[in-house]
Design a protein around this ligand. Structure first.
Ligand SMILES: Cc1cc2nc3c(=O)[nH]c(=O)nc-3n(C[C@H](O)[C@H](O)[C@H](O)COP(=O)(O)OP(=O)(O)OC[C@H]3O[C@@H](n4cnc5c(N)ncnc54)[C@H](O)[C@@H]3O)c2cc1C
Length: 407
């Protein structure tokens, strides 16, 4: 950096000290093998660095996944594939090891620091920055980035100006705005000539209509097959655990599906999410299951039959919802009512009122189109010298460490 009286200059200015900004700054410094000490500046708008890293993965930071493929992401998968290929999971694991962070694999395939603490990850990143002479400045929100005609950028921040030869834009998306990622980075990208596709919350829980029985089931988790349809077409089908909550539905399967439901209104298309509570069976097989049960246990009540398969609380709520008397014996249960119940249990339509909002979303769907970025270097094809990385790009991963791998 130059002295205080003139406009400061630096080689590389990184905007945003989240996962992508920290990793980019470290990579840039390491690539220049110590040739740029003090020449890389990292400006962060928030007062605290790494707040999102600390809350991630329930405070344990799920940094990546044992296998990462383009199918784990949404966006332009052809380009996502190229970006992923330049930094494989093995490289991530080696890179963390070089920072002194050992990772362990959990049965789900997720990789966490062996300490089980997100703090380990953040401390390692900050220590490496310090050792490489990277200036990190909290409370330095960037307000403008303007290319000058001397092949540099003039950056205005909360405390003054800075000239940089190259700029890395890593301002994140809109998820968890209290950590500093409030979407202003999109405005910076726009002013630098980029498009920004519609942004909506992804990996977010869904709020159900008050008429539903979710409150009585709060805390209950059960396996389901979730189907999302948009404009009558199936756009997503996945199996996993659904968690009932006091406001509606959550859990991995709901979080993963939420992006489709959130995106649909931006295209003015109606979206629906339904559940099959017999995830491995189709309607015919479920009907057969009911018939088998009736034959094997003709005197068993309907509620009792269902309780062999589902938690009592769920059985009670569903039967009440369908206005079916659970005390009736299976043998005396009219076929028409049985079909209605089978339909309900295999295509349960959730009356979704809204998503839970940016304060609860883990990631942003939409952003700067990947087509405007050179995937080999992440340099902008529109503004040379500008590089874009992380959640600000139009790419979102499913739950499981894929978003950190991308960042
Ligand atoms: C609760 C929660 C849990 C999560 N858990 C996981 C997990 O376990 N595994 C996983 O893979 N992903 C997880 N994610 C997603 C993951 O954290 C993000 O996708 C990832 O951190 C994005 O990194 P980023 O650097 O691109 O953006 P961010 O982490 O959002 O960082 C952007 C930074 O830029 C700063 N900034 C913004 N505008 C400006 C400006 N104008 N000037 C200066 N600075 C600015 C922001 O303050 C912020 O610090 C989780 C997310 C949340 C919210």
């Amino acid at each position: 950096m130059s002295n205080q009286n003139e406009t400061e200059t630096c080689e590389i200015l990184v905007t945003g000290a989240g996962a992508a900004g920290l990793a980019a700054a470290i990579a840039a410094a390491e690539k220049n093998s110590g040739g740029l000490p003090g020449r890389i500046a990292l400006l962060e708008g928030a007062r605290t660095i790494g707040a999102k890293i600390l809350v991630s993965g329930g405070g344990r930071c799920n940094v990546t996944h044992e296998t990462v493929t383009p199918a784990d992401y949404f966006g332009n998968r052809r380009l996502i594939k190229n970006v992923l290929a330049s930094f494989l999971v093995e490289t991530t694991i080696r890179w963390f090891a070089s920072l002194g962070v050992a990772l362990k694999r959990e049965p789900t395939g997720k990789l966490f620091p062996t300490t089980n603490r997100a703090h380990t990850v953040l401390t390692a990143l900050l220590t490496r920055c310090q050792n490489l002479g990277i200036h990190i400045r909290p409370d330095h929100r960037v307000t403008t980035i303007e290319p000058t005609n001397q092949a540099t950028f003039l950056i205005t921040h909360r405390h003054g100006n800075l000239l940089a030869k190259r700029v890395i834009l890593a301002t994140g998306g809109r998820s968890l705005p209290r950590t500093g990622s409030d979407g202003f980075g999109y405005e910076l990208a726009r002013r630098l000539g980029h498009h920004v596709t519609e942004t909506v919350p992804a990996l977010v829980s869904l709020v159900l209509d008050d008429s539903m029985f979710h409150r009585s089931l709060a805390g209950l988790s059960q396996p389901v097959e979730l189907t999302t349809t948009v404009n009558g077409h199936i756009v997503d089908r996945r199996t996993g655990n659904l968690l009932w909550t006091h406001f509606g539905i959550s859990g991995p399967v709901v979080m993963d599906a939420s992006r489709f439901w959130c995106l649909a209104p931006t295209r003015k298309e109606p979206a629906e999410i339904s559940a099959n509570f017999f995830p491995s069976l189709n309607q015919e097989q479920v009907r057969a299951w009911f018939s088998d049960q009736a034959q094997a246990h003709p005197r068993r009540s309907l509620a009792n039959t269902l309780s062999h398969r589902f938690p009592d609380r769920f059985v009670e709520a569903v039967l009440h919802h369908a206005d079916i008397d659970g005390a009736i014996t299976r043998a005396r249960f009219p076929r028409q009512r049985r079909d209605l119940l089978v339909n309900l249990l295999t295509k349960f339509p959730f009356p979704i009122r809204s998503h839970r909002g940016w304060n609860y979303a883990e990631v942003t769907a939409g952003g700067v189109p990947l087509e405007e970025i050179d995937y080999r270097t992440m340099e902008s094809k529109i503004t040379p010298g500008l590089y874009v990385a992380g959640e600000i790009l139009d790419c979102d991963g499913r739950l499981g460490g894929f978003n950190f791998q991308w960042a």
